[in-house]
Ligand binder design. Structure first.
Ligand code: PHE
Length: 454
């Protein structure tokens, strides 16, 4: 049984529903609406989507259960959680470096995440002043190019987003988070459905849907598979401790399995809807599917500029995108903030100022990679691309691999079984097989393939 007397010093969710909301808020974000469509475009469509879906089911869901379980058992920030759990299992104390890996990954991800979230805030204002009205594909490409060409604007919006994030995080885990996600998720669904409705009128709906769902296996390379797997981790917020931190605020006795299934389901639904809304627009406007990170900012505004009621739909859409990004950003920094509070006697406010300032500085690298430093490349990648590759394709899968190994092999079976409290022993066995063999082996094989050993 979970120890009921053990509580996190940072507070607890008011219910399992609150945890579902917060974890869904973490999972659903720019990853679903901004990143999923553009990397699907860059990686050839259907086959990529198929691999991504397989990864969500076989790797993502079991690891999400493992991560929430570890957090809830330890009731501490990921770094301390791994230390405590390693002690409990009489394992190597070095396991707490897994927590550190996550904190670093969270900082690096947030540094560029905040810049893109800044674009979304800027687009709320562009929608409001009617910049999309009557515009065609060319207008929207120009608008985007002009905007991202300005380091000053990007820095400005990045700053606004970071300050907002840190002031929310400073207030603690329960405050606004539960409430905002409660409205956000249904709102996001409704707007995406509206956009799918518009996509049906473009004449390229079927082509868009086929691009997403009809796999062309000749497009699959080891890097496509790596990107799809990395994205499964990224979109579900796995491998860096966000879900572990949130799990540590989960009251005892709530079902981790059902929660994980719900979260993964909602997250996948949002991503697929976004894809279905966007690709018909890409084709009907003769845009390139591989246009990269600007894809949604160059396509959706065409819909907003030309559909009836598009002005208000555009505003609402970008407002929701900003909120979705905010609820994810909060979870990216929470492991670091919780650790600072636990180990350094900071209060949450100080912890936020320190970590937020650091992330803000790191974010400037991404800001400049879209303009002044666009030609500064390492391994043929801009700073933004490098950060994205390093975190989503390497750090999160490595973190997830270690979490699976710890939960499957290091933690005693009695403890994981009692913590997961699955209603049927067969479910536990299925989970155990996935977390012990399937997920780690899958991650390992993909890595071997990418470095060319296989
Ligand atoms: N899952 C978030 C998204 O899809 C991003 C994220 C990654 C959040 C890792 C927390 C941890 O936008």
């Amino acid at each position: 049984m979970t120890d009921n007397t053990k509580k996190s010093i940072h507070g607890e969710w008011s219910s399992r529903f609150a945890f579902i909301l917060a974890a869904t808020g973490s999972a659903v974000g720019l990853g679903n609406i901004w990143k999923f469509p553009y990397i699907t475009g860059e990686n050839g469509g259907g086959a990529f989507v198929l691999v991504y879906l397989l990864c969500v089911v076989l790797i993502g869901i079991p690891i999400m259960m493992a991560e929430s379980m570890l957090g809830r058992r330890a009731r501490q920030s990921p770094i301390n959680a791994m230390q405590t759990l390693a002690e409990e299992a009489k394992a190597d104390p070095n396991w707490h470096y897994l927590g550190w890996l996550g904190v670093v990954a969270g900082f690096l991800i947030l540094s560029y995440y905040s810049v893109i979230a800044g674009w979304s805030i800027a687009y709320v204002f562009k929608a409001f002043i009617g910049s999309f009205s009557g515009g065609d594909a060319k207008d929207m490409q120009d608008l985007f190019a002009e905007f991202t060409g300005s380091p000053l604007s990007l820095t400005f919006w990045h700053t606004i987003f970071m300050v907002t994030t840190m002031s929310v995080v400073a207030r603690g885990v329960q405050g606004g988070l539960e409430k905002s996600v409660r409205f956000l998720m249904p709102g996001l669904f409704v707007l995406l459905m509206l956009l799918v409705g518009y996509a049906m009128t473009t004449g390229s709906y079927q082509r868009g849907v086929d691009f997403l769902f009809v796999p062309d296996f000749s497009k699959i390379t080891s890097n496509v598979v790596l990107t799809a797997m990395g994205h499964a981790f990224f979109t579900l917020s796995l491998g860096m401790g966000a879900i572990m931190a949130y799990g540590s605020y989960l009251p005892a006795g709530d079902s981790i399995a059902k929660t994980s299934l719900l979260i993964a389901g909602a997250d996948t639904a949002v991503a697929l809807l976004a894809g279905i809304a966007i690709f018909p627009l890409v084709f009907s406007n003769n845009l390139a599917v591989g246009s990269g990170p600007g894809l949604i900012f160059q396509t959706l505004p065409i819909a907003f500029g030309n559909m009836p009621g598009g002005w208000i739909v555009g505003i609402l859409f970008f407002v929701m995108l900003v909120f979705a990004a905010l609820t994810s950003a909060i979870s990216l920094i929470e492991p670091a903030v919780a650790w600072l509070v636990e180990n350094h006697g900071c209060n949450r406010k100080q912890a936020c100022i320190w970590s937020g300032t650091l992330v803000w500085f790191l974010g400037l690298g991404t800001v400049f990679s879209f303009n002044s430093w666009a030609n500064v490349k390492f391994f043929d990648k801009t700073i933004f691309q490098l950060l994205d590759y390093l975190t989503a394709n390497l750090m999160l899968p490595i973190g997830g691999f270690c979490i699976a190994i710890f939960a499957g092999w290091i933690m005693s079976q009695a403890n994981s079984e009692s913590e997961l409290e699955l209603s049927n022993p067969v479910y536990y066995q299925v989970w155990q097989i996935l977390v012990r063999y399937v997920s780690p082996a899958a991650v390992f094989l993909v890595f071997l393939h990418v470095v060319g050993v296989l």
